[in-house]
Write a protein that binds this ligand. Sequence first.
Ligand SMILES: [Zn+2]
Length: 164
Amino acid sequence: MERAYIKNLGLDYDYDLLDTRKKTDAIVLHHTGNPTDDDLSANEINRSHQAQGWTCIGYHYVIRKDGTIEEGRPHWTVGAHAYGENSHTIGIHFSGNFEIGEPTAAQIESAAMLLANLCTDYGLPIDRDHILGHRELMPTDCPGENLFSQIDIIVGKANFYAGN
Ligand SMILES: [Zn+2]
């Protein structure tokens, strides 16, 4: 299986304040959802989440519009991305507002490879029971209709990358 390249930006925060996640049974997809269809970096999100009083960026991964995957908080730690569901999930953020814009082809491909890698590493089936849009967990527009409607396609591609 091909491995996605994960870019480490060396985000500035205190690792000791993060907790190890004991269970992983789902991966949750998010968008930025700012009023404009921005292409925020993990660094920018890190600073904005710290400004809200959090330890660091709440997501484990950020997928930029050019398909670059940036590391958020370490994948084995408890995230801060899906209220009440952080103890058992990984959070992947797609940069953009997909109520307005469309995810890029590069974002879709990078997400599929990353999901293939993560589901394989964590022993999860690559299906819609284990790969969720944020709105499937609580009332929110996230990850935006134009990304939400492509999750089935992303899951199909992830199975292809995993060799299923
Ligand atoms: Zn979300």
